[in-house]
Design a binder for this molecule. Sequence first.
Ligand SMILES: *Cc1c(COP(=O)(O)O)cnc(C)c1O
Length: 198
Amino acid sequence: MTLVAVSKTHPDNKIKEVYDLGQRIFGENRVQELIEKQPQLPADIRWHLIGHLQRNKVKYIIEFIDTIESVDSAKLLSEIEKQAEKINRKIKVLLQVKIAEEDSKYGLTVSEAAAIFSDWKNGAFPHVEITGLMGMATFTDDDGQLRQEFGKLKKLYDDLNTDGRLSTLSMGMSGDFKTAIDCGSTSVRIGSAIFGSR
Ligand SMILES: *Cc1c(COP(=O)(O)O)cnc(C)c1O
């Protein structure tokens, strides 16, 4: 199980406290905040971008980002490929799939994600390593609904992972991580349960 400590809105000294306890993977959702924090904090932190990424901002994080969890379009993936090629890095990404019933703005449909994954397996985006999928469930206490939404992502993950190249199914936040783990999550993104409320 991987723990991504979601440090958005929390100051560097708080992040350092959690780092000193041994945590090395941190998640941020805004590029501006991430590029301010990253140089101030230990270089061995593995930063994950978990929020919507505008294409024109890829270049600001490409040098140091560990994983971009929020790839929500083929155009964004093309831009990541272009910037990664320039500096000869291979960037780990997750495809973000829309699973929530509520009207969330960002995320691929199941068929879009499957199409991108197939293109990648056929050689597109050689400077990108698609390591898995990410999804956010509806903000609800209804465990049945959470299971349905997480289950949809888990099924897609299994359908795509026939040759075992994927390692990461990122689902679950402070309020729903237990259910997400039950449904097959391998990586949880926890903010408020670690850092307190924002
Ligand atoms: C903020 C955020 C989280 C963490 O949320 P908490 O409820 O504070 O644990 C997880 N994933 C994404 C994409 C987020 O934006």
